[in-house]
Write a protein that binds this ligand. Structure first.
Ligand code: CTP
Ligand code: MG
Length: 235
């Protein structure tokens, strides 16, 4: 019985603006992907890391990880969507892996305690675990306007105290996650995370506390925050 981490890192980073694929952009002088791999590899439960690299960048990523003394990490090519990339990462896992953590390269600063907490909850028997935080903003549900560009009509306001913003690593019983990736519709349907696919199977997903520093680097302002967090850690 062992736990592996799959790190989807094959995205382009369109929302971050022009430049290298997001996972390869520097944070404190080191590529985001390297931070993310170290963050999960540091967890005691994790015995294997699989990085899903941009399809045309596998050799470059392999080299990068060797350079940063992470030679035991497997590197496989990714797909068109995050879902495809995770599926390709799962396919590379050895038989004896029984639990999987899926962690975005775009969350390079996740604290090891958060990784450990997710892994522990899976080991304790939960088939699916997500780290999450309460939502500071009030959230509205809208309906797409009849004509694009028109104001969006609000259709409801979910009770904020019951909402959670979910992060990664998300942890799973390996067979449960593989089953979800095999059976849940490939695209559309608004599935944006792995736990969402498992929910579609009717399997219970539980929440453990997330961490503010596990935020996702998505837009340019997030890089400013990430640099500041790193500088504070190094101080
Ligand atoms: N990802 C992936 N394969 C894809 C798309 C995304 O492995 N085809 C990964 C990204 O590299 C990232 C994680 O999934 O680590 C979360 O995705 P997101 O934050 O959306 O990253 P990007 O897709 O790269 O960014 P954007 O959507 O702005 O292009
Ligand atoms: Mg994306």
């Amino acid at each position: 019985a062992r736990t592996a981490a799959v790190i989807p890192a094959a995205g382009r980073g369109v929302r971050l603006g022009p430049g290298a694929p997001k996972a390869l952009r520097a944070l404190g002088g080191t590529p985001m992907l390297v931070h993310a791999v170290r963050a999960v590899a540091r967890a005691r439960a994790v015995s294997l890391v699989v990085v899903v690299a941009p399809a045309d960048g596998v050799d470059g990523v392999r080299h990068l990880l060797d350079e940063h003394s992470l030679p035991e990490v497997l590197v496989v090519p990714g797909g068109e969507t995050r879902q495809d990339s995770v599926r390709l990462g799962l396919a590379a896992l050895p038989e004896d892996v029984t639990a999987v953590l899926v962690h975005d390269a775009a969350r390079p600063l996740v604290p090891v305690d958060t990784v450990d907490a997710v892994a522990a909850a899976v080991r304790d028997g939960a088939p699916a675990v997500v780290p999450a935080l309460p939502v500071p903003d009030t959230v509205k549900e809208i309906r797409p306007p009849e004509r694009p560009g028109d104001p969006e009509p609000v259709v409801g306001t979910p009770e904020r105290s019951l909402l959670r913003a979910v992060q990664t690593p998300q942890g799973f019983d390996r067979l449960t996650l593989a089953d979800a990736h095999a059976r849940v519709a490939r695209e559309g349907d608004g599935v944006t995370d792995d736990a969402g696919m498992v929910e579609r199977l009717g399997v219970e997903v539980v929440v453990v506390p997330g961490h503010a520093e596990a935020f996702k680097v998505t837009r340019p302002l997030d890089l400013v925050l990430a640099e500041a967090v790193l500088a504070r850690r190094r101080a």
